[in-house]
Design a protein around this ligand. Sequence first.
Ligand code: ADP
Length: 471
Amino acid sequence: MSVLHVTAECYPAAKVGGLADVVGAVPKYLSGADVIMPKYGTAWFRNQTTETIFKNTFWFPGQTIEFSIQTLTSTDLGFTLFVVDIPSKFDRDGVYSDANGFFADDDERWLCFQRAVLIWLSSSNLPYTVLHVHDHHTGLIPFMIKYSYDYSNLQSLKTVLTIHNLAYQGAFGWDRQYLLAAFDNWKSGLLDWDHHINPLASAIRCADWVTTVSPSYLEELKEDAGGLEWLFNSEQHKCSGILNGIDTTIWDRATDKYLAKPQTTSLDQFKLDNKIELCKQLNVKPSNCIVSFIGRMVEQKGADVLAYAAHQILQTQSDVNIVILGTGDPYLEDQFKILKEQYPGLTGITLAYDESLAHQIYAGSDFLIMPSRHEPCGLNQLYSMRYGTIPIVHNTGGLIDSVKDYKTSGGTGIKLKELSVKSVIDGIKEAAAIYKDSKLFNQLRENCIAEDFSWEASSKKYQYIYESLND
Ligand code: ADP
């Protein structure tokens, strides 16, 4: 049995969020799993040496698309990474956007990528028995394998869809149906949702198995999925939630290459050393309790609520530092810029994507806050616990499954029962109080690092699905 992951992101080649971390890690824990993704015009790809193994063209409205499939010859990622080079669509400085904003031709880009992958598979004698697709960018593959005439020799391949975030579905109008390879029109209902072609909804119907990145997220989607909840109920016989793991070879306190002070002795010393480094870098007081946020500045992550709550906290308390790393909605970025100007010395605000600083924040903070409205899994809380930083989370999705209330035995974090400005303020105040109770604080840190979120267990669940589908 051999599996090909088809994805828009894969760490370290291209990362925007958790999708990259997952696809860059799972194949290392599964035997016979490879990955294929687009070749972007970003710095990482420019530094790679590649070998072309396949070339072809296909007709796309108004143009002939030339593409090649390449392997990387200079980098050992722990699995084989294939890249699809389609210069006219992907040779740009970003995955979904660049300095000028989001790409306007996204539906064309993802269709070109998916069709190139299917042409390669259908023209070559490859060992794959399962195609594992991720999110809407690759969501039309299960349909096209079953119903597009050009790929009929792939019909025996099994498909698995993993939903990393249902908020993005990639829908486009039926007037653009011509972007897909010609298909059996009797089956067009399997593409339709709400009078649009909806790649994610189509994949939920057409894939042989569907997973979400945590069990609780799947349960929530049956109740509230932005209109798709009916689909999660009707397809529940082939759906399961598998909690994401983390790549423990990268997220290792003793060897993390981004940390100035990796762990050599006790956890206490590791935390102290990294907190001092972080405070120096961000110019905040090390004696204060550091509460950090890392992530996309969008409403899904509750960044709006956090900005407002942080203002209120900093007005009344001088024993808390708020550290923020993120980019996103310009309005929300402005809120944090104002916070930075208003409270110098109490805030460390970085409006950028910075992998290295993210690692330093996980290591040097006391608490990490995630006031997410929805959280399919969330990786930040897993990284923070691994680095001895106590999570403060809204009790939703994967945060339900991965953080234990600190008031229970073996507890690891503060759980906010509802998402409101008041509950976020209360959560931060609770954190400041725990920080002063060194016995409890140290116990919670120890509980956090004792948790095992390695991929060992979760990858076996994927393996089981692949094997069951091939039985
Ligand atoms: P999502 O995929 O919804 O954005 P996840 O919690 O699943 O959220 O994954 C987020 C990943 O992206 C984590 O690895 C986090 O550290 C990283 N990340 C998010 N924003 C930034 C940023 N501004 N700089 C560096 N890393 C970031």
